[in-house]
Design a binder for this molecule. Structure first.
Ligand code: SF4
Length: 477
């Protein structure tokens, strides 16, 4: 999604993780692994290493390249490290919620970070607090650490198994102890976690694009409900949770993951390109050009153009160098927020019938502004094609989404949406078409934001306030 307007309209990436054990350049590799996964979270980042004596921690707000200087990586010495990039989905944005967290407890040191959402975190936290636990953050990640510390099991693996069995939701965790790197995934494998090898040592990441940057080989995805325990001596696989059943987030293919990543055996670029071809088959229209809404609209637009025979043109140009800006024009410029990131190339568009291809429509405000901008650039017709089915429901598994009633597809028919957005026609890829394009059955995916079929029960959660938007704020309890 082009998260580019001031109304904050869109799905937001969640988090990314990276870990390595027994490599002389552990923190350097972790830095690069996070750098490659920056798209998964730009609010904060952190690395924890273990130097044989102590855990060393560096966390900060902002982008990976801004937080870590050469001297920080040098200070993060040792052969074991984990790292995290964050977009806050639970707990407010702030230094105290930056991950990884590291603690000393009765069994030594431990560090942890995660991607996803624990849907019963509030209930567990309340129970832990009533039994004396004191939290240092408002992140749901910390709940697991407290559950681990309270376990009576003799081993880290046993403590994790006992603690994770109490969690519900979609999550992938990395855990670092003094001699182990552990990766684990929820029983539905909703969020990604992949395993690779570099120079004979194991590495873990959210996406394979992290392996490509450091020259590691992708080995496999961590299985749903699996815990991999990596020591100097090798890797062990443990069954962590009963009744595992893959329900991988289908939106990772549509928008969240980098196109050069391969997850659950499917290359993201190929999936997006195939969805574009499917859209052209399902909703053809006569036009002069196909224009992608960059960046995630590019592969489906290429697929649409190839299948329809209508030429692809870069009629929308994205400014990739946008940071936060505090300077706004005195007199309001129409669609200023969108224009900071995207500009319509009027010389290409003027007088033309265009097909705009985007990945999703959330509130509809960004789509309306883009359509207005393309119209103002002189397009004679604008046909909007969307490479996902209509988004009608909130995500409870780690993606920051608006509440159901803010989602335009939940409030309007397709014709009403088309008219509210100002397009001449609007079409979404069908749910069946989506799965045909990625060549996977819908039974192995979560697509609850389209279908409302949540793989992990959400009963008792307030639909208007999914945990991704809740804060552990005592005033709100
Ligand atoms: S609800 Fe949507 S965004 Fe959330 S995990 Fe399921 S498919 Fe992904």
């Amino acid at each position: 999604m082009t998260n580019c307007d001031t109304a904050n309209d869109g799905f937001h990436d969640e988090c990314g993780v990276f870990g390595v054990l027994d490599h002389p350049e552990a923190s350097n590799l972790t830095y690069l692994g996070l750098y490659a996964q920056q798209h998964r979270g730009q609010e904060s980042a952190g690395i924890v290493s273990y130097d044989g004596d102590q855990f060393i921690n560096r966390r900060g707000m902002g982008m990976v390249a801004d937080i870590f200087q050469k001297k920080d990586i040098k200070r993060l010495s040792g052969r074991l490290a984990i790292g995290h990039v964050r977009y806050s989905t639970s707990g407010e944005s702030g230094l105290r919620n930056c991950q990884p967290f590291s603690y000393e407890y009765a069994h030594g040191g431990i560090a942890m970070c995660h991607n996803g959402n624990i849907v019963n975190a509030r209930v567990l936290r309340r129970e832990l607090e009533e039994n004396g636990s004191i939290f240092q953050s408002t992140s749901d990640t910390e709940v697991l650490i407290h559950l681990v510390a309270k376990s009576s099991s003799d081993t880290t693996e046993g403590r994790l198994k006992e603690a994770v069995s109490r969690l519900e939701g979609g999550f992938s965790f990395l855990v670092l102890t003094e001699d182990k790197l552990i990766g684990l995934r929820d029983r539905n494998g909703i969020r990604p976690l992949v395993l690779g090898q570099l120079d004979g040592v194991w590495v873990l990441a959210s996406e394979t694009c992290a392996f490509d940057l450091i020259g590691a080989n992708y080995v496999r995805d961590v299985e749903p409900g699996e815990m991999v325990v990596i020591r100097k001596t090798g890797l062990e696989s443990h069954k962590l949770l009963d009744n595992p059943s893959l329900r991988f987030c289908v939106f990772e293919y549509v928008y969240f993951s980098r196109p050069d990543s391969t997850l659950e055996g499917v290359n993201v670029y190929q999936a997006r390109y195939g969805i574009g071809e499917q859209l052209a088959d399902e909703s053809p229209i006569d036009a002069d050009m196909v224009i992608p809404v960059p960046d995630s609209g590019v592969p489906p637009a290429m697929g649409f153009a190839a299948r329809s025979g209508i030429p692809l043109q870069m009629g929308l140009i994205r400014n990739h160098y946008v940071g936060r800006t505090f300077i706004e024009p005195r007199q309001s410029i129409r669609n200023f927020g969108v224009k900071l990131k995207l500009n319509a190339n009027a010389a290409m568009i003027r007088g033309k019938r265009v097909i705009l291809v985007d990945d999703s429509i959330v509130r509809g405000t960004t789509s309306r502004k883009i359509v207005e901008m393309v119209r103002a650039a002189g397009a004679s017709e604008i046909h909007l094609r969307i490479s996902s089915p209509p988004t009608r429901h909130s995500c409870f598994y780690g993606i920051d989404t608006p509440s159901d009633n803010e989602l335009i597809a939940n409030r309007m028919t397709q014709d009403e949406m088309c008219s509210a957005i100002g397009a001449d026609s609007l079409a979404f890829v069908s749910r069946d078409g989506l799965y045909r394009a990625i060549k996977r059955p819908c039974s192995v995916h979560c697509d609850a934001c389209f279908s409302g079929e949540y793989p992990v029960p959400i009963e008792g959660l307030e639909r208007k306030n999914p945990p991704s938007l809740l804060r552990f704020n005592s005033k709100k309890r």
